[in-house]
Design a protein around this ligand. Structure first.
Ligand code: V55
Ligand code: FE
Length: 489
């Protein structure tokens, strides 16, 4: 089977685990709130075989695993399984890695030419009774929400034309429609972007294609009540570079960023492009919304350079995370005045993994949560994840001027991305569920699911649920209430 490299991508918290397992009744310290009934699905990359090529991007190519914390009547269970992608099955049959560099099929072993390369490792998406494991380089795989068994590739009943689907979809809280896109929709390094809408029953009712200003890594997007917003940051691809066996992504500091704004139900010919600053990068947006004066506000976890070390290296850049110029930044555009510029305002600290209540998606909102680094922390952050350093402070940011709330972790602890669970009492802000990793030795960790009062972070967790097994860092998660799980199709 060979050995994994001893680089940061494969040691400590990032050590590959390679087990499918299940625990029926987990130890609970404290009490699980009555509101928390359902499943917390999580996507975790976990490579089965060591890569056969030197490639920093391999950190994003780990085989997708789907896991679920099931929380019912104050009890908790946990299960985790691989997504049986074509790639996972091909490598399992061969007993070794067959796929080469991140998103470069020209570097694959010849016997897997034409085999679906996606590892479905980024976000578990729930919509219209279906659980989909997504990754932006391919189409989703449908997974059974009860057994976590893979049912196969999902293409909206044969209707989808795009070869790719984002891992960052947006669900409208009023209509229940699923808004999503796929970039490099017709192949490698293409500027074609598919913009899609599925109705509340999951039927694909619209797919329109447009050209991005250039082929960019389009990781996330946003909606408002009446618009879809497509940000373009200058992490770019190139077909010749790929053919030569090069890197999929290079970050270009001198290139403009753009924000494309399209009426949600309009024709793609109505897209208007607004110019942002040069060289910036963002993985995740907190939200976007319209105000009463015809302006659109777009809130993003922005940085001055792509935050992934492997992309910086491929671009001849190399900045430590604390010099990446991170901030939560609001871009405002005025649709009425004919200008094509964005106005930028810093509204929060560096960080990532923004979370809002699902019912505020695309609407004016007072507050959101995100992860950041505790500036008062003594000692280094836990090494791990694709960036190499894990977050250790959970923030509640109030956009109405109230002071932020924070929950800091002790040294050697870190947060994974939280999900928000609404409360039945409308005056209560609900709950945040997040896995906390605690490093107890160079290769030893304890892991627990923390449940935190979303409106009272300082009080600390109301429940801690121990997972008696190693867990690899999560990418994204999704909360599905028990009432919605009952509608699984
Ligand atoms: C991201 C993660 C990916 C990927 C591209 O977090 C971007 C950002 C886990 O895979 O393929
Ligand atoms: Fe993401």
């Amino acid at each position: 089977m060979g050995h994994f490299p001893t680089t940061l991508d494969y040691i400590g918290l990032n050590t590959p685990i390679g087990d499918e397992y299940e625990f029926q009744e987990l130890a609970v310290e404290g009490a699980i709130p009555d509101d928390v009934q359902g499943s917390f699905f999580r996507a975790t990359p976990d490579p089965v075989y060591p890569p056969y090529l030197e490639d920093g991007g391999a950190v994003l190519s780990g085989d997708g695993m789907i896991s679920a914390f099931r929380l019912n009547d104050g009890k908790a269970s946990f299960a985790i399984r691989y997504v049986a992608t074509e790639r996972h099955l091909a490598e399992a049959a061969a007993g070794r890695a067959l796929f080469g560099k991140y998103r470069n099929p020209y570097t694959d072993r010849p016997e897997v030419a034409g085999v679906d390369r996606t590892v479905a490792n980024t976000t578990p998406v729930w919509h219209a009774g279906r659980l989909l494991m997504t990754k932006e380089d391919g189409r989703p795989y449908q997974v059974d929400p009860t057994t976590l068994e893979t049912r196969g590739r999902y293409d909206f009943g044969g209707k989808l034309k795009s070869q790719t689907v984002t891992a960052h979809v947006r669900v409208d809280p009023v209509s229940g429609e699923l808004f999503f896109f796929g970039y490099e929709a017709d192949g490698l390094a293409s500027t074609k972007v598919a913009y899609c809408i599925a109705n509340k029953d999951g039927d694909l009712i619209s797919e329109q294609w447009f050209d991005a200003p250039y082929c960019a890594m389009m990781h996330d997007f946003t909606i408002t009540e009446h618009y879809a917003l497509f940000p373009i940051y200058p992490t770019t691809s190139d077909a010749d570079r790929l053919r030569a066996g090069g890197d999929h992504w290079v970050h270009e500091m001198e290139r403009d960023s753009w924000l494309g704004i399209l009426p949600r139900y309009g024709d793609v010919s109505e897209m208007r492009w607004f110019k942002g600053p040069k060289g910036v990068s963002c993985y995740h947006m907190m939200n976007a919304f319209e105000d009463n004066e015809g302006r659109i506000h777009f809130d993003q976890c922005l940085s001055s350079v792509n935050a992934f070390p492997f992309i910086q290296r491929a671009s001849g850049l190399n900045l430590p995370p604390d010099q990446a110029g991170g901030r939560l930044e609001r871009w405002t555009v005025d649709l009425k005045d004919g200008s094509t510029a964005v106005t930028a305002q810093v509204i929060g600290p560096p960080g990532d993994f923004p979370v809002i209540p699902a019912n505020k998606q695309g609407r004016p909102y007072d507050h959101g949560w995100m992860l950041t680094m505790n500036p008062q922390m003594k000692g280094p952050p836990v090494a791990g994840g694709p960036v190499g350093a894990m977050f250790n402070l959970l923030l509640r940011l109030d956009h109405t001027g109230k002071p932020p709330q924070a929950l800091g972790l002790p040294p050697a602890h870190c947060f994974n991305e939280p999900v928000h669970v609404p409360a039945s009492d409308p005056s209560h802000e609900g709950w945040l569920l997040t896995v906390v990793d605690h490093q107890i030795g160079p290769h030893d960790f304890h892991h627990a699911l923390w449940i935190i009062d979303a409106g009272n972070l300082g009080a600390g967790p109301v429940a801690k649920i121990t997972v008696p097994h190693r867990l690899r860092p999560q990418v994204h998660g999704w909360w599905v209430a028990a009432t919605d799980l009952a509608g699984a199709v």
